[in-house]
Design a protein. Structure first.
Length: 266
């Protein structure tokens, strides 16, 4: 299955130190064994795509990176998730600091029912920033990073819920960037958008990957092929194959990977 890639930069180096290293990760929802001995590296300032059919565990893996699964009753985790060589599942992990460093965008835009400015300033305020000038700087910087500043600089006091779906998703990214994270997690960020808006969000992700480590969960094979540097294929809670995106989509090593990306199941 061939696809044209739009991502920029060099392919991941085999010996590059990972930003995130997942080691023998297992996760249970009650008695259900959802993730089974997952081992995967996420490289810095690259886009890594997690693909696979519904229920395969890719979003669950994504949520282990900021421990969002902890909010679900009955979840149990073993193994390690190292971010910059620190195991975030150690008991002394500061979850507030972790979720500041590792931000997440969800399937549907979820701006707060407040103004554009207050949406973007929300995170810095929560983390103790009270200086109005600094908040203004962060809002402008974050809106510029998502190409919203020119459109919204004269509408900062207007309700965020009045924006288009694409603008709302960009605003949610701006809200994350305002707290200056290291990692951006995107769980099907374009599933609620039309093709034109999807293309714009993809272009934004590529641009952001120059400065941030990005992990995206997607059902869209063409999207993974277009924008990611590395692709990981999950099936039934296991990581079956991970490699450079060009290799995964043109010469997969696992038969089930080939069957999935060519549409024979999933």
């Amino acid at each position: 299955m061939a696809a044209t890639s739009v991502h920029q930069g060099n392919p991941p180096a085999a010996l590059e130190t990972p930003k995130i290293a997942v080691q023998d990760l297992n996760l249970w929802y009650g008695s259900f064994h959802a993730l089974k001995n997952v081992r995967v590296d996420v490289l810095p300032r690259k886009i890594t795509a997690f693909i696979g059919p519904s229920g395969c565990g890719k979003s669950t893996v994504l949520r282990t990176f900021n421990r969002m699964n902890d909010l679900i009753k009955g979840v149990r985790v073993t193994g390690k998730v190292l971010i910059d060589d620190h195991n975030i599942y150690e008991e002394d992990t500061d979850l507030i600091r972790l979720r500041k460093r590792v931000g997440m965008v969800f399937q549907r835009p979820n701006p707060f029912p407040i103004s554009v400015f207050e949406n973007v300033a929300y995170g810095p305020r929560i983390h103790g920033e009270t200086r109005r000038r600094r908040l203004e700087e962060l809002v402008e910087k974050s809106l510029r990073a998502t190409a919203l500043w020119d459109d919204l600089k004269d509408r900062l006091s207007t309700p965020a819920l009045g924006l288009s779906p694409e603008q709302q998703q960009r605003l949610c990214l701006s809200r994350l960037l305002a707290v200056e994270p290291d990692v951006l997690l995107m769980d099907e960020p374009c599933s609620a958008l039309d093709p034109i808006a999807t293309a714009r969000i993809e272009e934004l992700a590529v641009e952001l990957s120059k400065d941030f480590t990005i992990v995206i969960v997607t059902h869209n094979m063409q999207q993974a092929a277009r924008i990611s540097h590395v692709t990981a294929f999950f099936l039934l809670g296991e990581l079956l194959e991970c490699g450079e995106t060009s290799q995964i989509f043109t010469n997969p090593k696992n038969e089930k990977t080939e069957q999935y990306i060519t549409g024979r199941f999933g």
